[in-house]
Design a protein around this ligand. Structure first.
Ligand code: SAH
Ligand code: SF4
Ligand code: F3S
Length: 482
């Protein structure tokens, strides 16, 4: 009987992808992925360390498994991912019933490690060596790539996929633990990415999202040539079957004109830019070591809007960073007011042990102030998101239908007609009534209503064979495939 594995995932898209790859890899090694802890012989947590809250959640879930492990000592409990890399051995001290701790730079060894654990070698620690003093090359060697051959026919859902184009991060943002837990930047060869996307397309995948911590700094040198993100997009654009290409996360310093022109000129590349600002105050940005000023960020926004007028732009902000004054915060409010982001993720600063900010600066903004600033910024952004979404009322948008909507579960439903959800090229979520059979197809939806997070609409009766669409006089129009 195959061993049954349950995988619980928190964190960013990179972690979601790692979990999908782990599931596929283990499946190829005779495991069966199951949907609950009770059914499983192996329980894996793929963890995140970006804020303390994410870690606490995992430690609390691990705590709840103590009893189960006492009852069934043969079950294997493993902690994977960023928290595994950050806390390492300390995880065994905090949760003695954990058998296996595997960092993101050791995931390729997971089948072998699980076999050892099953044979009785427990606990097992597999993380990348880390020292402040190590040079980049040494660190890089310790973070092994994890791009196992995936079986596109096993993709869930079959029409959308994340594709890693780079791992790690070379930036030095003072608050951030990611470079410490994911290692230095490593870009995958373009041929390898092309091959993966082609295979996904052959299996029916329609939309790929290219992933990197600073995805727009992608570059790969080969044969005297440097391939950058713009070149990679052109290359992937040629793959038949792929209808949409997205990429996240961008860094403001790398928003080059060639990239903007590629987004403008390649119809399959979705006109959205997730490009976190983090703060609107130069004093705070300097302390965060973000490497740009707010003036630079504003100028970058203007360049995006000039080259790709229909682009949707989204951002991340940290409120209550060390030393953030009311005046600093007001400058962030000002930026959010002006920028008209489609949406923005707002986080309360959480000091991360081992980061420069945690060492150098006291976490001196009280929690209630962080909460108030978070709430105030969110309110403002919600108002802007609503206003921007309302501009879509009356227009028709092209949607890739993703599945039944959680949002619409309360709405009246018949057997075949349910509330469905899908996404526009500019990544707006659209909810509309329709048949389940539409999932995985492109359809035109006439927008009739809007909330800050969602567009509401009705199906247009003309499904169109389209390669993509462009904005013209306020309407998304199809670019018909030849
Ligand atoms: N590579 C991406 C994402 C990094 S993590 C980038 O550079 O933007 C995602 C977001 O988490 C960050 O954009 C930041 O807003 C937030 N974040 C990172 N470290 C944090 C911390 N210590 N406290 C609060 N939020 C944090
Ligand atoms: Fe963290 Fe900065 Fe790298 Fe983003 S760019 S992952 S915030 S260090
Ligand atoms: Fe992602 Fe969290 Fe790791 S944001 S890279 S899973 S620390």
């Amino acid at each position: 009987m195959p061993k049954r594995v349950y995988i619980y995932t928190v964190g960013c898209q990179m972690n979601q992808l790692d979990s999908q790859l782990v599931a596929d890899l283990l499946d190829q090694h005779g495991y069966q992925v199951v949907g609950s802890v009770r059914q499983a012989d192996v329980i894996l947590f793929n963890t995140c360390s970006v804020r303390q809250h994410a870690e606490e959640k995992i430690y609390s879930l691990l705590g709840r498994l103590k009893h189960l492990k006492r009852q069934y000592p043969e079950k294997i409990i493993g902690v994977l991912g960023c928290m595994a890399q950050k806390d390492g051995e300390a995880i065994f001290r905090r949760a003695a019933h954990v058998d296996l701790v595997v960092g993101p730079g050791r995931l390729a060894r997971l089948p072998e490690l699980l076999a050892q654990a099953a044979a009785g070698t427990r606990p097992l620690l597999a993380i990348s060596p880390w020292s402040e003093r190590s040079d980049r090359q040494t660190l890089l060697a310790g973070f092994e790539p994890f791009d196992p051959p995936r079986r596109p026919q096993h993709l869930q859902p079959p029409f959308q996929a994340y594709v890693r184009i780079m791992s790690g991060c070379n930036k030095v943002c003072s608050y951030c633990v990611v470079p410490r837990v994911r290692g230095p930047e490593r870009c995958r060869p373009p041929e390898e990415i092309h091959e993966e996307v082609s295979r996904l397309a052959d299996a029916g995948c329609l939309e790929v999202t290219l992933l990197g911590q600073t995805v727009n700094s992608y570059q790969y040198r080969s044969g005297g040539r440097t391939i950058r993100l713009a070149d990679l997009l052109s290359l992937l654009h040629q793959i038949e079957g792929i209808r949409r290409i997205r990429f996240v996360t961008n860094h403001p310093r790398h928003m080059s004109d060639d990239l903007l022109q590629a987004v403008r000129d390649l119809p399959k590349v979705c006109p959205c830019f997730h490009v976190p600002a983090q703060s609107g105050s130069n004093t705070v940005l300097r302390r965060m070591q973000r490497g740009y000023t707010v003036e630079f960020y504003r100028e970058m926004l203007a360049r995006i809007r000039q080259t790709v007028p229909e682009a949707s732009i989204t951002s991340d902000f940290i409120v209550g960073f060390c030393g953030e004054t009311e005046e600093d915060f007001q400058q962030t409010v000002q930026l959010v007011e002006e920028a008209r982001f489609k949406n923005a993720y707002i986080f309360k600063y959480s000091p991360r042990p081992g980061t420069k900010a945690a060492e150098l600066y006291p976490d001196d903004v009280p929690l209630d102030v962080k909460r108030r600033r978070n709430h105030q910024l969110l309110q403002l952004q919600n108002r802007i998101s609503l206003e921007e979404n309302q501009k879509f009322i009356g227009r028709q948008v092209e949607v890739l239908v993703e599945g039944p909507s959680k949002f619409g579960q309360k709405a009246p439903q018949t057997q075949s007609s349910v509330q469905l959800t899908g996404r526009t090229p500019c990544e707006r979520i659209v909810v509309f009534p329709g048949d389940r059979g539409l999932v995985g197809q492109f359809h035109w939806i006439r927008i009739t209503g809007a909330t800050p997070t969602t567009l509401l609409g009705q199906l247009e009766q003309h499904p169109i064979e389209v390669a993509s669409c462009r904005l013209e006089r306020g309407n998304w129009l199809p670019v018909i495939s030849q």
